[in-house]
Design a protein around this ligand. Structure first.
Ligand code: PXG
Ligand code: PLP
Length: 442
């Protein structure tokens, strides 16, 4: 904390901050100096309760000793190993442990360094797979309105958030989108999975009829859409998508960058919903957010379809300098150890009923038009200020941070996703902070 409050606004100009209102931030910076377990410490020495696990990634809580030690040891022993045509034992050890955790049949892992890279990797594997099995006409990718799949070109093409797309040209060709499932009129204040909307999966049949199945490689969805404001799938919806994809030979990709690693009280959302996709993208919780890392899980038959041709030939022309980086692998191994020792990948299931009741106690507070929850995720949708969308939720975020709680907002929705180590008393504290903020803002 050596530079405590030593910064002046001009010192902040060089760093163009991601997904940030830079000018607002630099007038009144919110700076973090340290973190431990459930709390951040600000540069002015205040404790802030982490209601969002950083950006949905610090599932085991902050500065956990197993992870810190693993990174320290690895950095001193083998700092970097070339990712192509070379290996190191931890990358294989980690892959084995990851596939043991993953839903049955997802037996192979491809490493990336972020959720965005996991998405690009999954889309490329899907296209290449269709081609290696002789179905090269399957080039279309289907996403969903309000989907978030990171910020690279593939991800924003299949994604469905207009602000993330409109500035960036024509994107990938041959992409179509299913409708989103958010329906306040029918489903507001639902606890868990909404009753209404499974029939929206039939829109995929309509899209297949329009383009013909022989042109479609893959469908990608978040099992629970996170970034776009926590959209929980209607009962039966994901199974319907699975059935339609299977019927038409289309690969189903679940983007579990947020839902992976215990967020719903099961290792993966696929386990929670009992629906197994062909490919799962992950990042964030795989390394507790500590070192950038992502992992794409693929079914055996997809992997095996590439393992043909001369053995000296590269089978998939894809990979990153930092795929399986030794320090990232060490961080991930330390993370999996921590999850296992503390039962964190299933702890959300025990806490979920308490979490649900606490969240729904906010019904009737000012501005609240919906509350939704699943696992250890919650969302509180606010009535936007007429003519100034996002302003109300942003004020809530700023106020909560001043009061000692980190919450996340998207549009006029407050999203909560605390580390999986949160106690019941801390759940009460977080919800009370939100209650106070709702009562205080315009
Ligand atoms: N897919 C999904 C489903 C995600 O949620 C990404 C891909 C991209 O991951 P990277 O590591 O490239 O950021 C994400 C990331 C928020 C928020 O507050 C959500 C994300 C990232 C930052 C903030 O909703 N999701
Ligand atoms: N690996 C991790 C990271 C886990 O969190 C868990 C269970 O929570 C497991 C593996 C399964 O462990 P076990 O075989 O001890 O039930």
């Amino acid at each position: 904390m050596s530079n405590r409050l030593k910064v002046t606004p001009n010192d902040l100009s060089a760093f163009w901050m991601p997904f940030t209102s830079n000018r607002q931030f630099k007038q009144a910076p919110r700076m973090l100096a340290a973190a431990k377990d459930m709390h951040y410490t600000t540069t002015d020495g205040r404790q802030v309760l982490d209601g969002t696990a950083g950006l949905w990634c610090v599932n085991a809580g902050h500065c956990r000793p197993k992870i810190t030690e693993a990174i320290q040891q690895q950095a001193a022993e083998l700092d970097y190993a070339p990712a192509f045509q070379m290996g190191h034992p931890n990358a294989f050890e980690l892959a084995n442990r990851l596939v043991d955790l993953a839903p049955e049949g997802l037996d192979h892992v491809f490493y990336t360094n972020s959720g965005s890279e996991s998405v690009e990797t999954a889309l490329k594997i899907a296209l290449a797979y269709q081609r290696v099995k002789g179905e090269g006409s399957r080039t279309r990718l289907i996403g969903r309105e309000r989907g978030y799949h990171g910020v690279n070109f593939g991800g924003i093409s299949v994604g469905g958030i207009v602000t993330n797309r409109k500035m960036f040209g024509t994107l990938l060709a041959g992409v179509d989108h299913m409708p989103h499932t958010h329906n306040l009129a029918k489903n507001a204040f639902t606890r868990g999975e909404p009753e209404h909307g499974a029939e929206l999966a039939d829109e995929l049949e309509r899209i297949v009829t329009l383009h013909d199945a022989s042109t479609i490689a893959a469908v990608i969805v978040e099992p629970v859409a996170g970034s776009t404001g926590v959209l929980i799938p209607p009962k039966g919806y994901l199974q319907k998508l699975r059935d339609i994809c299977t019927k038409h030979g289309i690969l189903l990709i679940f983007d579990e960058v947020i839902t992976g690693f215990g967020r719903l009280g099961t290792p993966f959302a696929s386990d929670y919903f009992g629906v197994t996709p062909d490919i799962i993208t992950t990042a964030k919780g795989v390394s507790n957010g500590v070192i950038p890392m992502g992992a794409v899980f693929v079914k055996k038959e997809i992997h095996d379809a590439f393992m043909t041709g001369p053995e000296h030939m590269i089978e998939l022309f894809h990979g990153y300098t930092y795929s399986g980086n030794p320090i990232a692998c060490a961080a991930a191994l330390g993370t999996l150890d921590t999850y296992k020792e503390e039962g964190l990948l299933t702890r959300g299931a025990e806490l979920a009923p308490y979490w649900e009741d606490a969240l729904h106690s906010l019904k009737g507070e000012p501005h609240v038009i919906d509350i939704r929850n699943i696992g250890l995720i919650g969302a509180i949708e606010l009535q936007p200020i007429a003519g100034s969308p996002t302003k109300r939720a942003f004020s809530a975020f700023v106020k909560a941070f001043e009061n000692g709680a980190l919450i996340r907002t998207t549009g006029d929705i407050i999203a909560l996703s605390p580390p999986l180590i949160i106690s019941k008393a801390q759940i009460d504290e977080l919800i009370d902070q939100v209650r106070k903020v709702l009562r205080a803002i315009d």
